[in-house]
Write a new protein. Structure first.
Length: 425
């Protein structure tokens, strides 16, 4: 029986869960892959931390980088996290020393994936990163293998469970943003510093990886990113009245040989499939030929879901298949043109909180007219001494929508920063 020696670097919740899973399921994994996985070494920042696993003394590496130079290590599993520092050093060194790498590190792959893939290809080792995108949703393997026959034109969906939990809880529990965030942190759905989830950076990293796989392109930083921090209960209520839900979505589309990458809160029809995805679930929708539309849904985070993805990658290495990290050889990947959103057409929801005085509405609609933004629907909700004006536009160029918002915001009668949320029909 063949054997594969593994070093796990990083023993937080996921690393400890994976360690236990590999121990408990060694027999079935060996039978399924015709190769036995052996945890040869482990390493972590804090050796003395209490963990619910038994680590033998000779398994512990005091210096995590030793894993990259030991002759009795075949595969290194990186679970440190972050695009820089120890994680970067470990993965670069491992691939240079001809070790296979499995990682859950989306930030690292989104930033250095092209360079790492080149080293892996040169040294004929695997770089696997299924767990870096959407946890237990097997989207990367689906794109590399299951959907290999398809020409993909669009990929989009809910790629972040924390933001989805917050938006759906605000809607269902009738609570404000900060109250829901505190609850999400108590439940372990949000980090103590949740900024990467809330400002869209987490989705941005995942989308860059998916874009590259869908369109056989190199990773590209031309991406529009907007988070959910500005969404309040009033926006959620307005969306409901207008027949929509608000979701943080990531989109990558190929239009006229140009790629558009965007991450932003989006109004989607209440009766659409994506609108029904609540809580910490993720959902990925792929448009391709000849398959049509495919949808994959599942747990996007957590130790169990991430371990599911990690074991899928470990099994791929156990079977001995050397594959290109991004499906194609470095020479075959394309340098496609990535465009910003300025000239793209969107319908949009715009909300203005203004003083309740005569002439203000006509002032606002004149600015819309001047900027060639056509109004489809207008709702005015008067309060004491103020008024909330909600406008749904016809499709207009993104650059004109943003210009309209800026010009209205410069007026003295505006009481709070105005809102713009794009609509996806």
């Amino acid at each position: 029986m063949k054997k594969l020696n593994i070093a796990i670097v990083g023993l937080g919740n996921i690393g400890s869960y994976l360690f236990k899973y590999l121990k408990d399921n060694n027999k079935i994994l060996t039978e399924k892959n015709n190769c036995q996985p052996i945890i040869k070494y482990v390493s972590a920042k804090n050796k003395n931390r209490k963990r619910n696993i038994i680590i033998k003394r000779n398994q512990w590496l005091n210096n995590y980088l030793d894993a990259t130079v030991k002759d009795d290590v075949d595969l290194i599993i990186e679970l440190i996290g972050g695009a820089e520092g120890p994680a970067k050093k470990l993965v670069f060194n491992a691939l240079k020393n001809k070790k296979h790498v499995v990682t859950a590190n989306k930030a690292l792959i989104a930033k250095y994936g092209d360079r790492l893939a080149k080293i892996a290809e040169k040294n004929k080792v695997n770089l696997e990163f299924e767990a870096s995108v959407c946890g237990g949703v097997p989207i990367i393997r689906s794109l590399k293998e299951g959907l290999i026959a398809n020409k993909i034109t669009k990929i989009y969906g809910i790629f972040n469970g924390t933001s989805n939990y917050i938006l759906s809880s605000m809607d269902k529990e009738n609570k404000e943003f900060n109250d829901v965030l505190i609850n999400a942190q108590k439940l372990g759905y949000a980090e103590s510093n949740p900024s990467a989830d809330l400002n869209g950076d987490d989705v941005s990293s995942k989308l860059k990886i998916l874009t590259s796989l869908c369109f056989n392109s190199f990773l590209n930083n031309n991406i529009y990113v907007e988070g959910i921090k500005q969404i309040d209960k009033t926006d959620i209520d307005n969306a409901n009245k207008l027949g929509y839900k608000i979701k943080l979505l990531g989109f990558a589309e190929l239009l006229n040989n140009k790629i558009y990458q965007r991450v932003h809160p989006t109004l989607i029809k209440k009766d659409s499939y994506v609108a029904s995805i609540d809580g910490v679930l993720n959902a990925v929708i792929i448009d391709g030929k000849p398959v049509g539309q495919s949808t994959i849904q599942g747990e996007g985070a957590g130790a169990a879901a991430t371990t599911s993805a990690l074991v899928s990658d470990i099994s791929s290495v156990l079977r001995g298949n050397i594959k290109f990290p991004f499906s194609l050889s470095n020479k075959e990947r394309k340098k496609l043109k990535f465009e910003n959103l300025n000239q793209r057409l969107f319908s949009a929801y715009l909300r203005f909180e203004v003083e309740d005085k005569p002439g203000i509405l006509s002032n606002i609609t004149n600015i819309f007219s001047k900027n060639r933004v056509s109004i489809k629907r207008l709702v005015q909700n008067p309060h004491k001494k103020s008024s909330s004006i909600v406008i749904i536009t016809h499709k207009s160029k993104d650059i004109f929508l943003k210009k309209t918002l800026r010009e209205v915001d410069r007026k003295n009668f505006v009481k709070h920063k105005s809102k713009l949320i794009r609509i996806d029909e």
